[in-house]
Design a protein around this ligand. Structure first.
Ligand SMILES: NC(=O)C1=CN([C@@H]2O[C@H](COP(=O)(O)OP(=O)(O)OC[C@H]3O[C@@H](n4cnc5c(N)ncnc54)[C@H](OP(=O)(O)O)[C@@H]3O)[C@@H](O)[C@H]2O)C=CC1
Ligand SMILES: [Mg+2]
Length: 394
């Protein structure tokens, strides 16, 4: 434990928030050697430390077995809050009850989180969020904001995009919280162009091992008009331990930017084709989470909405008529101006699954005039969270 404190000091944590963070984190080391908190300290401190040593290709290193000791989520949340104590409080978001659409079930719902967490290398090196102070993006603190969001909603399944700290942060910590994780990096991640990057970004899928058993898993490199592209997806078939019901969960991040609409559409068709095969022609219920980089007016959205997989977009259920997507899922200011778009979706098999509740989005007032990311929200994309339950089998 003392060795870890020395490591932190060597990394030059000098003043202000960083010094406060060391003080808070080192407290349990001195006074509670050997208990859960000091083990937790070692986990969080290790991830803080590894982010500073970005010369080493840490993303290639498998986590050591020490990381597999369970962590109490409440303790980790407290640790995160201690690191974030100088920042403004997190935004309050409420779940909207949609149970009118949801059959009663004696099994607990399945909570799914979709979130483009913003790759650290892209946020600092490429994205040009001109109204976001660079200090708001410091990984040591932004990481805690991301973890806080995950711990606040405790999803059973976590679908993430732009993950460039899988091996040094999310895999070790989420494993200790009981998740099984899979990561599929982009073949030519733009993160690799950024100095001091932490490896490629990609999609990651985590599920709680006490709730689900992995039946099969596919890492998919998306094609567009038969050509291999730089975008990926992960699709897994899971079996619920309580009900023995199977379903497929997929995560993707389609090509960004205007001018690429037809490319995205082709990638979407390829993903749908893969999902047709994996779900045995829609026999297995499906949930698809993603940053589609496409507004609802785009062709790729229409392909998903009209697919023979019979999908509905969960966040439409938050609208008064149940037919409209939210006004935004990402909101940022670049040199080109304000970018407010609906790009992120949770699609689900509408005959097999129902949405019991969905986490409301942040209001414009909460997001604030400088938009996202910010000192109190770590990504330019909002997390989407839904509770699903199975409909009765016909
Ligand atoms: N070495 C090689 O041989 C190759 C390298 N590359 C690299 O990959 C990059 C392209 O990769 P690709 O996967 O197609 O990237 P995308 O165009 O899909 O975008 C990559 C990231 O940039 C973000 N982004 C979107 N709009 C903007 C914007 N206006 N300004 C800044 N960032 C933005 C996206 O975030 P979000 O999704 O949140 O909008 C996304 O995560 C190239 O720039 C190059 O660096 C690519 C091919 C080959
Ligand atoms: Mg991005």
């Amino acid at each position: 434990m003392l060795y870890l404190v020395a490591e932190l000091d060597e990394n030059g944590r000098k003043a202000g928030k960083e010094a406060a963070c060391v003080t808070v984190l080192s407290f349990p080391v001195v006074y509670s050697m050997g208990n859960g908190t000091s083990r937790l300290y070692s986990a969080l401190a290790k991830t803080l430390n590894s982010s500073a040593a970005s010369q080493h290709p840490e993303y290639l290193v498998a986590p050591d077995p020490e990381h597999l000791e369970p962590i109490d989520p409440k303790e980790l949340l407290e640790e995160c809050r201690a690191v974030l104590h100088t920042r403004p409080p997190r935004f309050q978001r409420d779940f909207v009850d949609l149970r009118a659409d949801c059959p009663s079930s004696h099994h607990p719902p399945i909570r799914v989180m979709q979130w483009n967490i913003l790759a650290q290398a892209l946020g600092e090196g490429k994205d040009n969020f001109v109204q976001c102070p660079i200090e708001a993006l410091k990984w040591e603190e932004r990481k805690c904001l991301i973890l806080e969001e995950i711990l606040a909603y405790q999803p059973d399944i976590l679908c993430l995009q732009e993950v460039d700290h899988y091996f040094d942060t999310f895999h070790p910590l989420l494993s200790r919280l009981g998740y099984q994780g899979t990561f599929f990096p982009k073949p030519w991640s733009p993160c690799l162009d950024v100095e001091h990057n932490n490896g490629p970004d990609g999609c990651a899928l985590f599920f709680l091992q006490n709730r689900f058993k992995l039946v099969n898993s596919a890492n998919i490199r998306l094609t567009a008009m038969t050509l291999k592209t730089n975008q990926v997806a992960i699709a897994q078939t899971l079996e619920c331990k309580e009900s023995s019901r199977q379903f497929c969960i997929a995560v993707t991040h389609l090509k960004a930017r205007t001018g690429w609409e037809r490319f995205r559409s082709a990638q979407g068709c390829d993903l749908l084709q893969n999902l047709q095969n994996i779900t045995q022609g829609a026999k297995i219920p499906l949930i698809v989470c993603g940053d589609f980089n496409a507004e609802p007016t785009e062709e790729v959205y229409k392909h998903f909405a009209s697919s023979s997989l019979n999908l509905n977009s969960a966040y439409k259920l938050l609208s008064a008529d149940g037919q409209s997507e939210p006004p935004y899922t990402t909101w940022k200011i670049r040199t080109s101006g304000e970018c407010r778009h609906t790009l992120d979706y949770i699609w689900y098999s509408k005959h097999a699954l129902s949405v019991c509740s969905a986490l409301d989005l942040l209001t414009e007032e909460q997001i604030g005039p400088n938009r996202l990311p910010s000192f109190n929200y770590p990504s330019d994309h909002l997390s989407l969270v839904c509770d699903f339950s199975f409909n009765e089998e016909p």
